[in-house]
Write a protein that binds this ligand. Structure first.
Ligand code: PMV
Length: 311
């Protein structure tokens, strides 16, 4: 039996604008993980099982629109070999689905890591990331590549989409970040939100280019503040990034309510993270303010909270 895992992720700065070539910063959420298990067995089929979702199928019967089957086929083609009959691939995840925490990319990376071990390919993290990017393209048409990168690298990254070779730098903040992640409980499909932003951009390019530029500047300033451990500035920049995401139309009343509650309870800053419209908010807290911020987020309607330390 082979088991592999991969973390969730948050975007610290620059979601959406990253699709349009602006810089962004993301960090893994190592406490929330997706898991893939490859087991050998008897029988004529390769089985794909997602026990949490109550789903099971065979690889032969699954279409390419099934992300699990697509991921398996990609790795099989990279390996030049196929999984033996009787093998089962089972996936599970503690990462909320469609909530901006990278659950799709994390499942893909966990599966690729497990199959990498099964076929003894010795894939580099860049190769794992590139394969996961291919499956990300099934989830939404124009992924920037930041999700598969931060999850495959499992380190904070500074990322600029620059096909064919993206600019990727890993970094470690000078002072660790203490994040509270608050789930609105509202699921939101990245593909739809990214598509809406594209329509808005097409309707008013000048306005949206200016918003994306502002997000890019905030990501650069955030990177500089993280490099010197200036967490107060990081928090202010997160608030500014949230305002740009509101202007981009991807926030929601629930996300804005959570952001205001976190700030009022002493968070250094708060912003939505991921595609928006639902999903998760991240709040930067200090040890002294953490309990009050958590209580305020729950009182403001957060469905659940997670904790994550970056660096
Ligand atoms: O898939 P999510 O919701 O974690 O968000 C991905 C971040 C976006 O910038 C909105 C899309 C992308 O491909 O970078």
């Amino acid at each position: 039996m082979i088991e592999a895992t991969a973390p969730g992720k948050v975007i610290l700065f620059g979601e959406h604008a990253v699709v349009y070539g602006r810089p962004a910063l993301a960090a893994p959420v190592t406490q929330l993980r997706a898991r893939a298990v490859v087991a050998t067995g008897e029988g004529p089929d390769v089985r794909l099982i997602a026990p949490d979702l109550g789903r099971a199928t065979t690889l032969a019967a699954a279409r390419d629109t099934n992300p699990l089957a697509a991921t398996v086929r990609l790795v099989e083609s990279r390996a030049g070999r196929t999984l033996s009959p009787g093998v089962s691939l089972s996936v599970s995840s503690a990462i909320p689905i469609a909530s901006g925490l990278g659950s799709g990319a994390a499942i893909a990376v966990a599966v690729i890591r497990a199959l990498d071990a099964y076929f003894a390919l010795g894939l580099s993290r860049e190769e794992v990331s590139a394969l996961a990017y291919e499956t990300e393209r099934l989830h939404h048409g124009t992924p920037s590549g930041i999700d598969n990168t931060v999850i495959a690298f499992e380190q904070p990254v500074y990322f600029v989409r620059q096909p064919p070779a993206n600019h990727i730098e890993t970094f470690c903040p000078a002072r660790p970040l203490r994040l509270v992640i608050a789930d609105t409980g509202v699921r939101s499909a990245t593909k739809d939100v990214v598509g809406d932003v594209r329509r808005c951009w097409e309707a008013d390019r000048a306005r949206f280019e200016a918003i994306f530029d502002a997000c890019g500047r905030l990501a650069e300033a955030g990177r500089a503040a993280l490099a010197v451990g200036d967490l107060a500035s990081v928090g202010c920049l997160m608030n500014d990034n949230h305002a740009q995401l509101v202007a981009m139309t991807v926030s929601s009343a629930a996300l804005d309510r959570l952001a205001e509650a976190a700030r009022a309870a002493g968070a250094l800053g708060a912003k939505l993270s991921g595609a928006g419209r639902g999903g998760n908010l991240i709040a930067l807290v200090e040890a002294e303010s953490e309990a009050a911020v958590c209580a305020a987020l729950l009182a403001a309607g957060a469905a659940r909270l997670f904790r994550s330390d970056v660096g």
